[in-house]
Design a protein around this ligand. Structure first.
Ligand code: CLF
Ligand code: SF4
Length: 467
């Protein structure tokens, strides 16, 4: 029996054992501290999604980017092993493309075999469209793949037929309604089978305005009944050259994503910190190291050293969870929406101009809730950008994206952008430190930020601003 599994002798069923508290996608708190790595060993796909252009990474899990370099299973294994030396907080290795892992079963399971035998302390993860999921339940359990994501965009085949053009299954092509029916049947059957074997199933859905925005609550209810653990509703990102792009479809506004997520959250946990990362992403969510996380010459992977690092992080996470729980027990006040810049470690540690994303929190009294991640282009990439007129457009886009927020909390910000934010009704607060503590201070001085008379920069009485 391989690692990550246990044999339940009474029932004679092999179950997978998972540790979700160290999985950065399944546990919001964990994502500040623990890293994941994708190995791009799966180039082919067996369905056609209308938002995808297969030249790019699978958009059901990741965002379109430069096509990932496809690795062989041995290359993937060596890359993980060397990355662990420089990134000991790496707890999860996933296969998420660039096509569908189960459309490339040989490469996918050979990679998982190597990893589970060579580095049994790692957790394994898989993201699939679900078409072949029922066929591979035993392999998933055999290699101890404790976390599986299935992308389900519709549970009504008529809506599914608007999302998928074709499905290729056992040598036959299906189109239209027949394609959507077959895909849905296999997705739900697959989820049921692996959930019964102890696998934690997360469902991803791409939020497509005008197609499934009012249908995703049905998806949540159906996949929950099938045994799913959480739902990740991801805003549509149009792949260049996709059918949807040609049709002129648009990506959803943050407000629509928030509405849809809130409806589903009443039924089951909703993931709000997804970065729609690439099929070769490495590092903390939100701080992709790309290929930088590779070998340190002369140093070998040592599981004992790594476990020490992980135990320390467990301790940090446990303390932070305790503080959050204590806060929840206290009362509520008017909600404050705060956009935070971070590159991990649970810290505010990125200059406003360098931020490529904001974590948006709702802070109410002692309660802090992550609402989602909003991506932007960085406003400033160094001195060469000074005086570049196009940067003004990026700043305007950023302000539009954050217009529902009261505060932008960042490590530093220049007077020009701070003034522009202020004119749009956003208070810019420049302070490095732990996100939770800074949010707490903002909440304490809530009335200054929610009042129309707030003096944004310079005159703010909050200790967050007064350094
Ligand atoms: Fe990768 Fe996906 Fe596993 Fe995470 S990602 S296979 S569950 S280890 Fe995570 Fe990236 Fe979002 Fe995916 S942030 S796109 S949900
Ligand atoms: Fe593209 Fe992924 Fe859909 Fe396949 S499953 S068509 S790779 S988005």
């Amino acid at each position: 029996m391989g690692p990550g599994m246990r044999n339940n002798t009474e029932e004679k069923v092999v179950l997978v054992v998972t540790n979700t508290s160290r999985h950065p996608c399944y546990d919001e708190m964990a994502h500040h501290y623990f890293a994941r790595m994708h190995v791009a060993v799966a180039p082919k796909c067996n369905i056609n999604c209308n938002y995808c252009n297969i030249k790019y990474d699978c958009v059901s899990e990741s965002r379109p980017g430069v096509v990932s370099k496809v690795l062989s299973p041995h290359e993937a294994y060596n890359k993980v092993r060397s990355t662990l030396v420089s990134l000991p907080q790496l707890t999860v290795v996933g296969i998420a493309g660039p096509g569908d892992p189960l459309a490339n079963p040989q490469e996918t399971f050979e990679t998982f075999r190597l990893l589970s035998e060579g580095m049994p302390d790692l957790q394994l993860c898989l993201s699939t469209n679900g078409l072949k999921l029922p066929d591979y339940t035993d392999e998933i359990v055999r290699y101890g793949i404790g976390h599986v994501t299935v992308t389900v965009n519709a549970v009504d085949p008529h809506i599914g037929a608007e999302v998928y053009r074709a499905v290729f299954f056992r040598g036959k092509a299906y189109r239209g309604l027949a394609a959507a029916e077959l895909l849905l049947q296999n997705q739900l059957e697959g989820i049921r089978r692996i959930a019964e074997r102890g696998v934690k199933v997360k469902v991803n859905s791409v939020l497509i305005p005008g197609v499934n925005d009012s249908h995703l609550l049905d998806v949540t209810e159906t996949v929950k009944d099938a045994g799913a653990f959480s739902h990740n509703i991801m805003p549509l990102i149009l792949s260049p050259g996709s059918l949807y792009e040609a049709q002129g479809r648009t990506e959803p506004a943050p407000s629509l994503a928030l509405q849809v997520q809130a409806r589903s959250e009443a039924v089951m946990p909703v993931m709000r910190h997804c970065r729609q990362c690439r099929a070769d992403a490495v590092g903390l969510l939100g701080d992709d190291l790309g290929w930088k996380g590779e070998a340190l010459p002369g140093r070998e992977y040592d599981p004992a050293v790594r476990e020490e690092v992980l135990l320390q992080l467990d301790q940090t996470v446990a303390e932070r969870r305790q503080r959050e729980n204590d806060k929840r027990a206290e009362g509520e006040r008017d909600a404050l929406r705060i956009a935070v810049t971070t590159r991990g470690g649970g810290q505010v540690n990125v200059h406003f101009g360098h931020a490529r994303e904001f974590l948006v929190y709702e802070v109410s009294g002692q309660e802090q809730k992550l609402l989602g991640v909003r991506r932007i282009q960085a406003y400033c990439n160094g001195k060469a950008d000074c005086g570049d007129a196009s940067k003004e457009d990026i700043l305007e886009e950023t302000i539009t994206l954050l217009q529902d927020c009261h505060i932008v909390l960042c490590a530093a910000i220049g007077p020009g952008p701070a003034e522009r934010l202020a004119r749009a009704g956003l208070t810019a607060l420049a302070r490095k430190g732990e996100i939770g503590k800074l949010l707490e201070q903002c909440a304490k001085y809530n009335r200054y930020f929610t009042s129309a008379a707030c003096s944004p920069v310079g005159a703010c009485p909050s200790p967050v601003q007064q350094r």
